[in-house]
Design a protein around this ligand. Structure first.
Ligand code: GDP
Ligand code: MG
Length: 162
């Protein structure tokens, strides 16, 4: 079984940066996964010989009316399709209202959820991590998606579940 991992989070937190880094935009194998729709972006990836499938919940610019609902809707669909969920938070921006909406939803979700403090390069890591731990998350993964720092730790732990 190839695990399917959904990347969720509000716009601009770095989901696509992480997606592109891991998949190198390869999506040739998407056709082999019946049931996945094309509304979201799918890519297959390999980490240390372990294959997995990623879902990027992109396509929302932040300009739409009802942005929270649109984001939530996309995220819900991706979460439904996934075996595990990676929630990205923006360490540079800190916690925002839309983050709380997603966090609340994920609390009621039966799937494993990994909390990530992305853009940790752009801020004081201790302050950002302390703020994010206030969400009640047991573990937060510091990440710099643009440079790949923290990616192996995060994805390795996700894949260890499968
Ligand atoms: P998305 O909307 O969640 O898909 O976010 P993107 O992947 O498009 O990234 C939004 C912006 O954040 C881009 O300008 C990225 O270059 C930037 N970004 C992403 N990851 C990092 C990071 O780890 N550090 C910093 N400083 N910027 C980042
Ligand atoms: Mg994106």
């Amino acid at each position: 079984m190839i695990p399917v991992i959904a990347l969720v989070g509000r716009p601009n937190v770095g989901k696509s940066t992480l997606f592109n880094r891991l998949t190198r935009s390869r999506d040739a194998l998407v056709a082999n996964f019946p049931g996945l729709t094309r509304d979201r972006q799918y890519g297959d990836a390999v980490l240390e010989g372990r294959r997995f499938m990623l879902i990027d919940t992109g396509g929302i610019t932040g300009d739409e009316e009802g942005i929270d609902e649109a984001m939530a809707q996309q995220s819900l669909l991706a979460i439904d399709e996934a075996d595990a969920v990676v929630l990205l938070l923006d360490a540079k921006a800190g916690l925002m209202a839309a983050d709380h909406g997603l966090i609340d939803h994920l609390r009621g979700c039966s799937k494993p959820v990994f909390y990530v403090a992305n853009k940790i390069d752009g801020t004081d890591p201790n302050i950002a991590m302390a703020e994010f731990y206030q969400t009640g998350a047991k573990q937060i993964y510091p990440l710099t998606a643009t440079h790949g720092k923290g990616v192996r730790q995060l994805v390795g732990d996700v894949l260890d579940l499968f």
